[in-house]
Write a protein that binds this ligand. Structure first.
Ligand code: ADP
Ligand code: MG
Length: 603
């Protein structure tokens, strides 16, 4: 069997690794570097540039060069370059082909198979697009692995350490992924994942750029795209300097315009405080979802370029005060883990018994009839988030109208109370025999495999008729623009009519808790929410509403207390209590790094 390589196909940078002589080793590209920028540029004569050269051409030939296309994997977005249209998966295929060729040259043999990592939040469509990209590049991709799981594997793949539970904090260019990992014997179990797929390094760039505009009498929102690009770029560079130096002068020259701003880490924290606040949310959520206490978490491993920010490290050190923070090699962890997984797949003697169990990062469910408001279906979970993969779950549903002809099973992914606020993945329509409501039933079975591919089986119980659908259509994919639009629409909806404020608050509170919890607690929250809405909108009985209100508030408060029990409820507003200038900072736990540096990094 030929060698299998592991690939971290990143939004910003991509890299590859291979299992050799008992460890995962990074593969250098033709520049002798490990990171290949995920940028593609098409030359006039049909030449495709990938990586460093393409990144340069991003500035010199902006109309023939593209980056950040990973964000649109699995959507219908196309990029027009030189009169031809390209899908994100085709552009990714160029990057993969480059990595494949570099690996072949370095290893001296043809490479036909790869393990590719994807963000945990990637939906079905995006995972399929990634597999397609591999195939387009001439690579068989039998296994897609979640990035946080790969990072976890990299932490365990080598040393035979003691049993432990740890956090992986992967903070990249546009997203934050947090996972809770349990390790015992040779098993690495991902027990919970959470994240914020709208929070990353580029948000800091924007905050810096906005502050720069404020100090230089510019209005960020009305800048031309070009000038905004220049300022953002300069903001990003200033941010990166701050991981090496105490302060930096950000300077921008663009045509007639000249501007500058002084920046240090403390100022950076002050202008981006809301971003720090958001960082703690997924940490809290995974610990709760994993039913752990923060005291049981032995360490937090930092992954991703944004973890290089000293402010981020210090913030985490404060947030997780009892826990060791390991900032070993944030750029390489995911690729090293993918390489380790490639070793497991090759059944290499020194690693073949290592077992990685992964979970479904989001809830998969269906929309069910809402008696109060037939237009707004409710989400009924079939596979709950954090279920161990592969998994298969069955639920039975009944007809809701007399003599209805068809039933439609709408497949949704997400944690929201109303089905429509989740991502719609597909619909299966089936005819049912005519009967009074509630008499006919269907059985719905969801099967989610280790690559995160969903199969839905629907059976009409009385006739035994079956339909199977592998969720593949593009119909369910949602573009970032659509997502943006939806978020905006939801924000508008927050304006509730005066006089109903406290009832609306309870509803909103319940919906949030519904999204934050799982299992029986979620069921109980849902039941109360249902009944409260029933009183408000169906019975419209003011007396009963008031009577029920104190009970439901008490219940929600108990759930809240339960969620807080993990002990992370710290607010980052008081900078002075946690941020110190460099030098005053405690020493990093450098000894841990040796395991990783040894052998991998030869340049
Ligand atoms: P992704 O996984 O999304 O491709 P990476 O993990 O490569 O992203 O991280 C990219 C992000 O890290 C970018 O926002 C970049 O600005 C940021 N970054 C890289 N190096 C540094 C640094 N030295 N200091 C601060 N931020 C950095
Ligand atoms: Mg990454």
């Amino acid at each position: 069997m030929g060698k299998i390589i592991g690939i971290d196909l990143g939004t910003t940078n991509s890299l590859a690794a291979v299992w050799e002589e008992g460890k995962s080793c990074l593969i250098p590209n033709s520049f002798g570097e490990y990171l290949t920028p995920s940028v593609v540029s098409l030359g006039e004569e049909g030449i495709v540039y990938v990586g460093k050269t393409a990144k340069e051409r991003l500035i010199s030939h902006p109309d023939r060069s593209v980056s950040l296309f990973k964000r649109f994997m699995g959507t219908d977005k196309t990029y027009k370059i030189g009169g031809k249209k390209y899908h994100p998966e085709e552009l990714s295929a160029f990057v993969l082909r480059r990595l494949k060729e570099d690996a072949e040259r370095y290893l001296g043999e043809p490479i036909e198979e790869a393990v590719i990592s994807v963000p945990a939040y990637f939906n079905d469509m995006a995972r399929k697009a990634t597999k397609n990209a591999g195939e387009l590049a001439g690579l068989k991709v039998e296994r897609i692995i979640n990035e946080p799981s790969a990072a976890a594997l990299a932490c365990r793949g080598q040393a035979q350490e003691e049993d432990e539970t740890f956090l992986v904090f992967d903070f990249g260019g546009g997203t934050l992924d947090v996972s809770l990992v349990d390790c015992f014997d040779n098993i690495i179990e991902i027990i919970a994942v959470s994240g914020d797929n709208r929070l990353g390094g580029s948000d800091f760039d924007e905050e810096i750029a906005r502050q720069f505009c404020k100090e230089n009498d510019l209005d960020f929102d009305s800048l031309s795209p070009q000038r905004r690009g220049v300022i953002l770029d300069s903001a990003c560079r200033a941010k990166c300097v701050l991981s090496e130096k105490k302060d930096v002068t950000m300077q921008v020259t663009d045509g007639e315009f000249r501007g500058q701003m002084e920046l240090n880490n403390k100022k950076l924290i002050e202008i981006s405080m809301p971003l720090f606040q958001r960082m703690s949310v997924p940490v809290k959520k995974v610990v709760n979802d994993g039913k752990k206490d923060m005291l049981e978490v032995s360490k937090t491993v930092l992954v991703g370029g944004s973890c290089k920010m000293p402010a981020v490290k210090q913030y985490l050190r404060h947030l997780l005060s009892e826990c060791r923070i390991l900032a070993m090699n944030p750029d390489y962890m995911v690729a090293l883990g993918a390489g380790t997984y490639a070793g497991i797949k090759e059944r290499k003697e020194d690693i073949k018994d290592l077992l990685l169990t992964d979970i479904c990062p989001f809830t998969l469910g269906t929309g069910i009839f809402n008696e109060r408001d037939a237009k707004h279906l409710l989400m009924s979970a079939i596979i709950e988030r954090n279920s161990v993969l592969p998994c298969s779950r069955t639920e039975r549903f009944q007809t809701v109208k007399d003599y209805q002809k068809n039933v439609s099973v709408n497949v949704y992914q997400g944690e929201e109370y109303y089905a429509a606020n989740n991502i719609h993945l597909g619909t299966i329509m089936m005819g049912v025999p005519l009967a009074p409501k509630g008499k006919e039933t269907i059985t719905v079975c969801y099967t989610y495999d280790i690559n995160g591919i969903l199969i839905v089986d629907v059976t009409v119980d009385s006739t035994g008729e079956k339909t199977r659908q592998v969720i593949t259509t593009g119909a369910g994919s949602i573009s970032p623009e659509e997502m943006e639009k939806r978020v905006k629409e939801l924000e508008k909806m927050k304006l509730s009519p005066a006089g109903q404020e406290s009832n609306q608050m309870i509803l909103a509170w319940g919906e949030r808790l519904f999204a934050q919890t799982t299992g029986m607690i979620r069921e109980e929250v849902g039941k109360r929410l249902d009944y409260f809405q029933h009183l408000l909108y169906v019975e419209q009985d003011v007396y009963k509403v008031e009577k029920f209100k104190s009970g439901i508030k008490k219940f929600f408060q108990n759930v809240e207390n339960y969620l807080d029990e993990a002990g992370i409820s710290w607010e980052p507003d008081d900078v002075d209590s946690w941020y110190q200038e460099e030098g005053e900072e405690e020493e990093e736990t450098q000894e841990e790094c040796d395991i990783w540096y040894e052998g991998h990094l030869t340049h």
